[in-house]
Design a protein. Structure first.
Length: 135
C-alpha cells in the first residue's frame, strides 16, 4: 500500500514541474535610417504565454541574455518630449520635474512588427543586425 501511495505522489509532482528556459547570450546592432539607434530598446517576443524579453539599445548596440527559440522582434526608438504648455504645466515642464520620452518609430517595427530571428541554444547569437526606418 505504501508503494502505491509513493508512486501516486511521484506521478502528481512530475506533472507539476515547470520547464526552465535556458538563457543564451546575444548581442548586435540596431540601425535607424542607416545610422546607429541612439536611445531605444529591442524586444524579443516568443510563443504565446511567454514573457517578452527587452534589452536596452544605446548608440546602436545591444547585449544581454534571452531564451532560445523563434522570436518576433520589436524595435522602439525614443526621443525626449516635454509639455507643450497646455493645462497646468508650463512649456517644457513635466509632472514631478522629470523628463519623458516617446517612441518615434512606426508600428510596423514594434507592435505590428514582422521582424523575426531564431535565437540558437548552442550560441552564435552575436552580431545580430536589425535595420528599421523612422518613416
Amino acid at each position: 500500500m505504501s508503494f502505491l501511495v509513493a508512486v501516486g505522489a511521484l506521478s502528481l509532482t512530475a506533472g507539476c514541474s515547470k520547464k526552465v528556459e535556458t538563457k543564451v547570450a546575444i548581442s548586435g546592432t540596431v540601425l535607424v535610417d542607416n545610422a546607429p539607434l541612439k536611445d531605444g530598446d529591442i524586444t524579443f517576443v516568443g510563443a504565446a504565454g511567454t514573457i517578452p524579453e527587452v534589452l536596452e539599445v544605446k548608440d546602436g548596440a545591444f547585449k544581454g541574455e534571452v531564451s532560445a527559440g523563434s522570436k518576433r522582434v520589436e524595435v522602439r526608438a525614443y526621443k525626449p518630449v516635454s509639455s507643450t504648455g497646455g493645462g497646468m504645466y508650463k512649456e517644457g515642464e513635466m509632472p514631478g520635474g522629470g523628463t519623458s520620452k516617446e517612441n518615434y518609430l512606426p508600428a510596423k517595427f514594434n507592435t505590428d512588427s514582422q521582424l523575426a530571428v531564431v535565437i540558437k541554444s548552442e550560441g552564435g547569437n552575436d552580431n545580430l543586425r536589425f535595420e528599421v526606418q523612422s518613416k
